[in-house]
Design a protein around this ligand. Structure first.
Ligand SMILES: [Zn+2]
Length: 222
């Protein structure tokens, strides 16, 4: 029998935020077909969060190939939980009703993998929500000593995370070669929302399309 992994305070705080988000009306009013992906960087995080959220986990050696395929099938069919915690080992998922994608910690695959991960959200055209949870003391390193050694992919990810303005600009600058800010509510990031673009209607579920934000988890007292 596997030991129950010991959650860190960060993972516990993340689990609380995830559960709170999934209790919001716009999510609970959805039908049973909607799914949630929680991307983590490490297996230990996957174990801890899966325990805390009561859901399945998926990483390179979380089971045999057959067992992992079964985990995916169960998640898609909603047999155990609508949430799946996974590392970057998760690939080839094409389920149309993924409504929420959370990343726990700075996404390890940089801007390219991040764009692919969040691209799984809202393929049914019903939109969704994407959020990155950062540890309280997280800081970008691209603008610090030695930061020039980071790959452009990582720098773009960090610029997205620490941007005081529209997050889409550094992301699209890197991915598409030209920086484009959010133009409408369909792609509005939290920064644009704070600055008054788009209209308040973004907060209504029917217009809550893929949005990107990165709330810092407040320090968690132990
Ligand atoms: Zn924006």
């Amino acid at each position: 029998m596997k030991d129950i992994p010991k959650s860190t305070t960060f993972e516990l705080a993340v689990a609380v935020h995830i559960q709170a988000t999934l209790r919001q009306a716009w999510f609970t009013q959805e039908g049973d077909r909607t799914r949630v992906l929680v991307y983590v960087r490490m297996r230990s995080q996957a174990d801890a969060l899966a325990e805390a959220l009561g859901c399945a986990r998926y990483y390179s050696d979380s089971g045999t190939e057959e067992e992992k395929a079964e985990v995916l099938t169960r998640w898609i069919e909603g047999r155990r939980s609508r949430i799946l915690v996974a590392t970057s080992a998760l690939a080839g998922v094409d389920y149309r009703h993924v409504r929420v994608a959370f990343h726990v910690g700075e996404p390890g695959g940089g801007a390219i993998d991040y764009a692919q991960d969040v691209g799984r959200v809202g393929r049914d055209g019903q939109g969704g929500l994407c959020a990155v949870f950062l540890p309280p003391r997280w800081q970008a390193t691209y603008n610090r000593e030695g930061g020039e050694l980071l790959s452009e992919n990582t720098k773009a990810m960090q610029r997205f995370l620490d941007s005081p303005r529209c997050r889409m600009v550094p992301l699209s600058e890197y991915l598409d070669g030209r920086g484009q800010s959010c133009k409408n509510e369909a792609t509005a990031c939290d920064r644009c929302r704070l600055m008054g673009l788009p209209s308040n209607s973004i907060l209504r579920h029917e217009s809550l399309l893929t949005s990107l934000y990165s709330p810092h988890i407040p320090p968690y007292s132990t």
